[in-house]
Design a protein around this ligand. Structure first.
Ligand SMILES: [Zn+2]
Length: 142
């Protein structure tokens, strides 16, 4: 089952802005994660405890990334999901830190979100390990 399309790092995105503009618009920690591939300290995101119905969207551009129904408690201290929304995210191979990992980014603006690992729960067996600061939660209305 293919949940996301493979991309090359050089791919262009629907939303592209000069780095200076992202730096001006985003809070420093969100800028560090989304635009500089940073990682937030585990357990620091209020989204870890978010259990309401709704949608997790990109903190950079508002693009819908994950439905709350696919969130699970991974015990890692980072918000974790077993599947992204359709057309929500893209992936690239990340060979930094002497590891080969699959990097996950917003399909709309290319902002770095986290990584995906093959040790998640059913039905996909995947664990999307996300930085909470790279996302915003929009509760379902009504
Ligand atoms: Zn985005």
């Amino acid at each position: 089952m293919s949940l996301f399309r493979k991309e090359t790092p050089a791919e262009h995105y629907p939303v592209e802005k000069p780095d200076a503009e992202w730096r001006r618009e985003l809070p420093p920690e969100a800028y560090r994660v989304l635009r500089q591939h940073g990682t937030e300290r585990p357990g620091t995101s209020p989204l870890n405890a978010e259990k309401r119905a709704g949608t997790f969207v990109c903190a950079g551009c508002g693009h819908p990334l994950f439905d709350a129904g696919t969130k699970f408690e991974s015990g890692t201290g980072w918000p974790s999901f077993w599947a992204p929304k359709e057309t929500g995210v893209g992936t690239t191979t990340d060979r930094s830190f002497f590891m080969t990992r699959t990097e996950v980014h917003c399909a709309n603006c290319g902002g770095h979100l986290g990584h995906v690992f093959p040790d998640g729960p059913p039905p996909t067996g995947q664990r999307f390990c996300m930085n909470g600061v790279a996302m915003r939660f929009e509760p379902k209305s009504g």
